[in-house]
Unconditional design. Structure first.
Length: 459
């Protein structure tokens, strides 16, 4: 193969085999390899410097001269949705019946693959991106989650097109307090489709998140019976998190409109879980000073403690839309601001309508978001304008306290809040607040007068 035909090359830096729960030695002391694109599809090859292991037919299949290839094959997506490895020639045995289980970025230039064989063995391969030419055009490949964002560092475009990455993408929802998988033509009840393997409780699934996602990406899950996705039954996708974190002053334009300085590290506060509400719930206003703040909400999928920013996305189960509704008088009164109280009235944390896994997006660090009040646009921005991107927030929070599966992180709001407008503008009974993030969905919450309105709570 001519060098000009290589698109998005990767080098294999580690490969090991696991049988009966025990890992073997790596295949070769310093395994080499490559991941190439040819006109026939994606090819993978294991390289060798041992003449006894070199296979001429493998080198020919991989399009490499010199007889330095000990294994060559092709990854292809099958009609049932799985990704299988078809072997052309191999010194390591037939590799028959090998199915891709997991493909994730562990860094901007590192890729981890886990593949299982029909005989029960499991292969772990770590590839590193070759610092070579960028992709010239979209090409087919196996699906990947997006690599973590690095502030002030341009992201390398993924050589893997969105249509194929979405093979491992997933949307979940809370439909009448039951966990469902969301598809274009309806929903799948997880407990029924898995024959009781996973509970119906939308919160409980996060304690089995890795096992659940592996099941959800098998052919059985998408082929299960569909039920209608009724809007009036949708609740918060994560209804009972143990911890709810929020980050303030995380967009430069919001910092400017607030008249404050940019923080040196994320400015963190909490929202109490009793404030959570569904995507279409009615919100009771306690006073005439309730403000809106549309936010991207990250959902923790794996326990995170002292996690590096470059590893943070591996701990995120998904993303959803959130509103950080705020009663400004309670929030800001007194010698010490009462952020947690002012933002935790019942219904002040609507989320939904679905939770989307990060692999659904070209770049989960740069999503359009905004909100309207009775059709008037109040906020319109992109998450790529965060001062501290999601991965850095996870790293900072986890450096101090463990983040638990099912926890929520409200990641900050852009400019356009009512309290910073001149004159100030707050929510009123009867108004409709719509909050949206591109690729996730829209919250539609109607405001009504609650107990204490219009003066606010009193004792």
């Amino acid at each position: 193969m001519d060098e000009d035909e290589i698109v998005g090359g990767w080098s294999l830096v580690h490969c090991s085999v696991e049988r009966a729960g025990k890992k073997s030695r790596p295949l070769g002391e310093r395994p080499g390899g490559m991941l190439l694109y040819t006109p026939d599809g994606w090819m993978s090859a294991l390289l060798t410097t041992d003449p006894a292991m070199a296979l001429a037919e493998a080198a020919t299949e991989a399009g490499v001269s010199g007889g330095t290839v000990a294994h060559a094959g092709r990854w292809e997506r099958t009609p049932d949705g799985t990704v299988r490895h078809h072997v052309a020639a191999s010194h390591y045995g037939p590799w028959v019946g090998t199915t891709l289980e997991r493909a994730v970025h562990s860094g901007p230039d590192e890729l981890l693959l886990t593949a299982s064989t029909d005989e029960g063995a499991r292969r772990h391969l770590r590839w590193r991106r070759a610092r070579a030419r960028a992709p010239r055009a979209p090409v087919a490949a196996f699906p990947l989650t997006a690599p973590p964002h690095r502030r002030r560092t341009p992201r390398s475009p993924s050589p893997f097109p969105l249509s194929f990455r979405r093979w491992c993408a997933m949307r979940t929802a809370n439909l009448g307090d039951r966990l469902v998988l969301v598809h274009d033509d309806g929903a799948v009840d997880v407990e029924k489709a898995s024959h009781g393997r996973f509970p119906s409780d939308p919160q409980a699934v996060f304690d089995h998140w890795e096992e659940f996602t592996a099941w959800a990406r098998t052919p059985a899950a998408p082929e299960a019976e569909r039920i209608p996705l009724a809007d009036h039954l949708l609740g918060a996708p994560v209804p009972r998190p143990r911890q709810v974190f929020a980050v303030g002053l995380n967009y430069a334009d919001h910092i400017e409109e607030s008249g404050l300085d940019t923080p040196a590290q994320p400015a963190v506060f909490t929202k109490y879980p009793t404030s959570l509400a569904g995507p279409y719930d009615t919100v009771e206003l306690p006073s005439t000073m309730v403000d809106w703040e549309v936010e991207l909400v990250a959902v923790i999928g794996a326990r995170a403690h002292r996690v590096r920013a470059e590893d943070a996305w591996q701990h995120i189960a998904g993303l959803t839309v959130g509103q950080d509704l705020s009663e400004r008088r309670i929030q800001l009164q007194g010698p010490a601001p009462q952020f947690a109280l002012g933002k935790s009235f019942p219904g002040f944390s609507p989320t939904g309508p679905v939770m989307v896994t990060p692999d659904e997006f070209d770049d989960p660090d740069d999503l359009a978001l905004g909100c309207t009040v009775d059709g008037e646009t109040m906020q319109d921005s992109r998450t790529g304008r965060m001062v501290f991107p999601v991965a850095e927030q996870i790293a900072w929070l986890s450096a101090i306290c463990p983040l638990l599966p099912g926890d929520l992180v409200f990641t900050g709001t852009p400019a356009g809040v009512g309290g910073a407008r001149k004159p100030r503008r707050f929510l009123a009974p009867g108004e409709q607040l719509h909050s949206w993030i591109d690729g996730i969905g829209v919250l539609r919450n109607r405001m009504v007068a609650g107990p204490g309105y219009p003066d606010g709570p009193s004792v």
